[in-house]
Write a protein that binds this ligand. Sequence first.
Ligand code: NI
Length: 184
Amino acid sequence: MTILKVLHFPDERLRLKAVPVTEIGPEICVIAENMLETMYSEGGIGLAATQVNIQERIVVIDLSEDKNEPIILINPEILKLEGKEVTQEGCLSVPDYFDVVERAKNIEFRYSTIKNEIITKKVNGLLAICIQHEIDHLDGKLFIDYLSPLKRNRLKKKIHKQKIENNRFKKSERLENKSLNKIL
Ligand code: NI
């Protein structure tokens, strides 16, 4: 298995729209395995292929405490959105930044499994939020796109400052801080 490089905002490749997977073969399985490995190593709970510079509609998620309940979604599609929920979100592509985003509380969605079965499901809570966040990635959208222009500006300044700080602090110290939150 290989740990892939996660693209960071403002990398323009995060804005590319992923295309549907047409054939679920060994190549797709390898990509999904590598994405899971990458997500676990980065301490995230979700990862979309777009974030590792692969423009195919593949998402991996694991919300379990022990990181042993991986979910692989091929060509995930939202069929229905219901209700509203405001959650604090983070993203492996926007390191060390968390903010509240309003999304649908309940969703109905459809996806293909790695075994090529098509499944339709209704979910809520963190899983529903995570799926909406990851499908956004496949469409070239980031959670920070939902922030007000004022907040986005603040974030840009923060990222600029971080670049300077990152040269001063060791990576291990930053990872320690990050592990306190859930990162999608
Ligand atoms: Ni994300």
